[in-house]
Design a protein. Structure first.
Length: 311
């Protein structure tokens, strides 16, 4: 039961992410792949406002949201997060979730995962369930590989399905230009295409490390805060599949390089392109040049905190 002092609503903000390194292993019987990745949370956010309600309902808004692409039922990851929390804690009521989206839908930046993480934090505060960080992480992992990271934010190494997190030291700031796409990509479809590519070619795509460990050079570059060092080691195993599905993204990567970005890669399963820049000033110049070419570009930085209550 909610006490008389319980808040009428709770506003939580959670970040999108990029994978500065992503190696994908073989598919397992459960349909998931082994991963070794480095997440960084970026300054592009999802906002979720949870309000007490007898039922579980959701509304979604945002500048680029196509209502047809965001489910408003139990397929919505934020709704599933709220229901899992209610079931785990015995909470008898429901919640209305107002989701204000800024992270691209189906853009490879974990927007839906950020919504789920924000819903967990918001409902925990709204209902006064007071779960420990460990228990919240366990519930988040049941929702998807990226949800635990959206809870924690910052920089982290992800192994297993990506949900076994180890914080990584990255004290500096990295500036990125994100080039957005009008059409999303299906994460399951990109993984299937990667599997097919590997079957056809008889090898792991792009020859990633034989083991699924994050190379020391990646962690050293993050610790140093040196964007040029990081540019030498950014990597995404899913990129070959994303570019097969969307060959136009090759032109975006080339445009980023011509504009002065240090490195570019497909973000997660795509189609968002993340361009690493030497500084904030350089990022603004790259953004301007991308926009002059007719591309939709945003300047963001990493790393930022995970899901947080907004006063």
């Amino acid at each position: 039961m909610r006490s008389a002092a319980a808040p009428a609503s709770v506003h939580v903000r959670a970040p999108g992410k990029i994978n500065v390194f992503l190696a994908v292993g073989d598919v397992h019987d459960d349909g998931y792949h082994s991963l070794a990745t480095v997440f960084q949370a970026v300054s592009l956010y999802e906002d979720v406002i949870a309000t007490a309600s007898p039922d579980f309902t959701v509304s979604v808004s945002g500048p680029d949201v196509d209502p047809a692409t965001v489910p408003l039922d139990d397929r919505n990851l934020a709704v599933r997060a709220a229901k899992i929390l209610a079931m785990a804690t015995g909470y008898p009521g429901g919640v209305h979730l107002e989701i204000r989206k800024s992270v691209p839908v189906a853009g490879g930046m974990g927007g839906g995962s950020a919504d789920a993480a924000a819903a967990l934090v918001a409902c925990d505060a709204l209902w006064g369930t007071g779960l420990s960080s460990q228990r919240m992480h366990e519930l988040a992992a049941r929702l998807g590989a990226d949800v635990p990271f959206a809870l924690h934010g910052g920089t982290a190494v992800g192994t297993g399905r990506g949900d076994h997190l180890t914080p990584a030291l990255a004290p500096g700031r990295f500036d990125w230009v994100l080039v957005l796409s009008d059409q999303g990509l299906s994460t399951p479809q990109i993984y299937r295409q990667l599997d097919e590519y590997r079957l056809e070619h008889g090898a792991l795509a792009d020859d990633p490390p034989e083991s699924l460990d994050v190379p020391p050079a990646v962690l050293q570059a993050l610790r140093s805060g040196d964007a040029r060092a990081l540019a030498e080691v950014v990597f995404n195993d899913l990129q070959v599949a994303a570019l097969q599905d969307r060959p136009d993204l090759e032109r975006v990567l080339a445009a980023g390089a011509e504009a002065g970005a240090l490195a570019g890669l497909v973000s997660g399963s795509g189609p968002t392109i993340a361009l690493l820049c030497a500084s904030a000033d350089d990022a603004r110049r790259v953004q301007d040049e991308c926009e002059e070419r007719g591309l939709r570009a945003l300047h963001v930085h990493s790393a930022v905190p995970g899901a947080r209550i907004i006063a």
